[in-house]
Design a binder for this molecule. Structure first.
Ligand SMILES: *Cc1c(COP(=O)(O)O)cnc(C)c1O
Length: 388
């Protein structure tokens, strides 16, 4: 018996569904089996050298060793503003419309604390990145699930959100290019979303973690490019996937100044900023040579071709992603996603993520990440021949 009782909020967080897979994976590793891990959404390539060099230089300077108390260094906020202008042709005021974060996950998870009262609703896509649900619950809010179905191109069907939920909703989460389904938003959807949010007085949280990871010439757009967005949108960006910096913890929120200020207020009570040397490395990333991005996308694009063509030739249903490094695959057997992932690990030593881990509407799918070499993907495909 535990002596202490968990809070109701913590008790109502969604269960962690990867326990069995994690355990089986650890055991397989301990047994020395040759595991191909397609389960992790974490780039396998190192951070570009010019960014590491900038960190090394900044780490030597004692001025960077102290608390970074203001809301991100002006140099970083200016670099973000310049990048936004170049990338999206959107003007952002570095003082009022940009807030650096210790990785975008913490900002996304903390944001609901600023606007939800007990019983308020957040509209959460399902399947989705777990902090949308988790952050809502920890703030005392109720997630109302919006199914992302293939029949609607993995976009939420706004017309199907019941009026009772619209009335109580304070926040809607969107994430395109999407993890885990790799779907991309159309301009029509974004325009409709902004109208919906303005009409119902709902804040749009747009998670743009994958804006730079796209193929075949596709350039994902910022929601802030669209008319009326400045009134209702806060957009979250991350250096994690764009510059292979997942472990560094740096990202930002930007958009409507009231929303940015509210998140800054919450955070001022929780953390004390990002290590200044990492902020300066972030400046180097955003202002440095961007040709590296092209080679990153080419690398994933090549792996994407090998994996998706290979799966299709085995008769598995998977669509080539236009963006992100995820392949969202219909399970080719009459079983659930956890059992199927367990079977893959047991019979082929391949790790894939069960779709249900992202929410109940992810059932029927598994996710594979393009985070291993082309050679290992080919080896994985050889092994998968046994499964069909
Ligand atoms: C990886 C990822 C992020 C990035 O999180 P950081 O905290 O910035 O590392 C955000 N959103 C989604 C959907 C992701 O997959």
């Amino acid at each position: 018996m535990n002596m202490f009782k968990l809070s109701k909020k913590v008790q109502s967080l969604p269960p962690y569904l990867f326990l069995e897979i994690d355990k089986a994976k650890r055991q397989a590793r301990a047994e020395g089996r040759d595991i191909i891990d397609l389960g992790i959404g974490d780039p396998d390539q190192p951070t570009p050298k010019f960014i590491i060099d900038a960190l090394n230089r900044a780490a030597q300077d004692p001025a960077n060793h102290r608390y970074a108390l203001d809301q991100g260094m002006p140099a970083l906020r200016n670099a973000i503003s310049g990048w936004y202008k170049r990338r999206f042709n959107v003007n952002l005021n570095p003082d009022a419309e940009i807030l650096p974060l210790i990785g975008s996950k913490e900002g996304i998870a903390h944001f609901p604390l600023a606007f939800l009262n007990p019983g308020d609703v957040a509209l959460v896509p399902d399947p989705s990145y777990p902090p949308y649900k988790g952050g809502t619950i920890l703030a005392g809010g109720k997630p109302h699930l919006m199914p992302l179905l293939e029949s609607n191109s993995f976009l939420p069907d706004l017309n199907k959100i019941p009026f009772s939920a619209r009335r109580k909703a304070k926040i809607i989460f969107v994430n395109y290019p999407n993890n885990p389904t790799n779907a991309c938003a159309s301009d029509e959807f974004y325009a409709q979303l902004i109208k919906f949010a303005a009409k119902n007085k709902i804040i749009i949280i747009s998670d743009l973690a994958y804006s730079e990871m796209a193929y075949d010439g596709y350039k994902p757009r910022s929601l802030l490019e669209f008319d009326g967005a400045r009134e209702v949108v806060i957009e979250f960006h991350s250096l994690s996937k764009t510059y292979n910096m997942t472990g560094w913890r740096i990202g930002w929120a930007c958009g409507n100044s009231q929303l940015v200020a509210a998140l800054a207020k919450v955070k001022s009570n929780i953390d004390s900023g990002i290590f200044s040397a990492i902020q300066l490395a972030g400046v180097a990333a955003l202002e440095g040579p961007q040709d590296y991005l092209k080679s990153m996308c080419e690398l994933y694009q090549e792996r994407r071709g090998v994996l998706v063509n290979g799966l299709n030739s085995l008769g598995w249903q998977a669509i080539k992603p236009r963006a992100t490094f995820y392949v969202w695959i219909k399970i080719p057997a009459p079983t659930d996603s956890i059992s199927f992932a367990a079977r893959l690990l047991k019979e082929t030593n391949i790790v894939a993520t069960p779709g249900v881990g992202f929410g109940k509407y992810g059932e029927g799918y598994i996710r594979m990440a393009l985070t291993v070499s082309k050679e290992r993907i080919k080896e994985a495909l050889e092994r998968l021949k046994k499964i069909t």
